[in-house]
Design a protein around this ligand. Structure first.
Ligand code: GTQ
Ligand code: FE2
Length: 311
């Protein structure tokens, strides 16, 4: 074993280092490497009913004319955090009232929404193309595509947004701009847009296959899976390298994860399981379906998924 002989630093040595923006690597204020992952974020469940109630109240004093979006961000409840749902992703519940539009903009982050409640006449306008939204649909707005929303139905529209904003912020690549027209003009309509995944088709495919991955061609950083679990069917517990947000799309799903314990979730409820937390999902009474939104593609593309720790 190597031995080191430590002698005191000359007077003023550390102060002089600081002047040159140096810090001694042998005496760090806090360690920067550790033996096992230390997940910063924690598991959390959000209830659709709570979001519906709060968003419905907010209508009295928040209009989409002034707010960029009428949305409630699912902020991971670790001390000091004010935005991310987990390290690389953020989720939000959004409400657009009948007759309202949410103005067109574009940004470097990728985004998608999972439609919870919508009637005919509700659509997202993507680069001037009208893409209709029905309950259960997933509509993608990949990076830098213009997008705005319109509700020309007689019912409120609720959906859940997912974006890779925290990843993009970590990459120092966040930028955003408004469209010169408040809502971009509709140039055409494409109900079968490749950016739209119909809820009905997803539900049917997933009943047959259990797990259906989709949207990978359009979204480089966000993985999407429709997952179906029969009553009592339980996934093996795993601790994943990636971060996962699950939103229940039908039926009942239970999630088991410390420190939450076993939690039963129904349509519109969301759970985040940040990386390295062992967890398992199971079908509740009557079974259920979930949308899994994950940053797994980031780890895969960068080569971090299959090296290192035994997991
Ligand atoms: O609908 O374009 O929840 O840009 C957050 C940022 C929704 C959106 C959010 C957004 C949007
Ligand atoms: Fe947006």
């Amino acid at each position: 074993m190597a031995t080191t002989i430590d002698t005191p630093a000359p007077a003023g040595f550390f102060e002089a280092l600081e002047e040159h923006a140096f810090s001694p690597g042998w005496a760090k204020r806090e360690p920067q490497m550790w033996g096992k992952p230390r997940p910063k974020y924690r598991p959390m469940v959000w209830r659709y009913a709570d979001a519906l109630a709060a968003l419905s109240k907010s209508v009295d004093f928040v209009s989409t004319e002034f707010a960029e979006r009428r949305n409630l961000i699912l902020v991971n409840p670790v001390p000091g955090n004010i935005y991310p749902t987990c390290r690389h992703l953020v989720a939000a519940y959004q409400l657009v009232m009948p007759g309202e539009t949410a103005r067109s903009h574009r940004h470097s982050p990728n985004a998608l929404r999972l439609v919870m409640d919508a009637s005919p006449g509700i659509y997202t306008l993507v680069d001037g193309v009208r893409v209709d939204m029905a309950p259960g649909d997933v509509v993608l707005t990949p990076q830098w595509m213009w997008h705005g929303h319109a509700n020309y139905s007689d019912q409120p529209a609720f959906w859940i947004d997912f974006l890779d904003v925290p990843l993009v912020q970590n990459l120092e690549n966040m930028y955003f701009e408004h469209h010169e027209d408040t809502l971009q003009a509709v140039e055409s309509s494409d109900p079968e847009s490749p950016l739209r995944f119909h809820g009905a088709a997803l539900a049917e495919n997933v009943r047959a296959q259990g797990d259906v991955a989709f949207g990978q061609a359009q979204m480089p950083t966000i993985g999407l899976h429709a997952i179906c679990l029969a009553a009592g069917e339980r996934q093996d517990p795993v601790a994943r390298i990636d971060n996962n947000i699950y939103a229940v799309t039908a039926g009942e799903i239970t999630v088991e994860v410390a420190p939450l314990g076993t939690v039963t979730m129904t349509r519109g409820d969301v759970v985040v399981v940040p990386s390295w937390h062992p967890f398992s999902l199971a079908g509740g009474a009557g079974g259920g379906q979930v949308l899994r939104v994950t940053d797994e593609p980031v780890f895969t593309k960068l080569g971090f998924r299959d090296v290192g720790l035994e997991r």
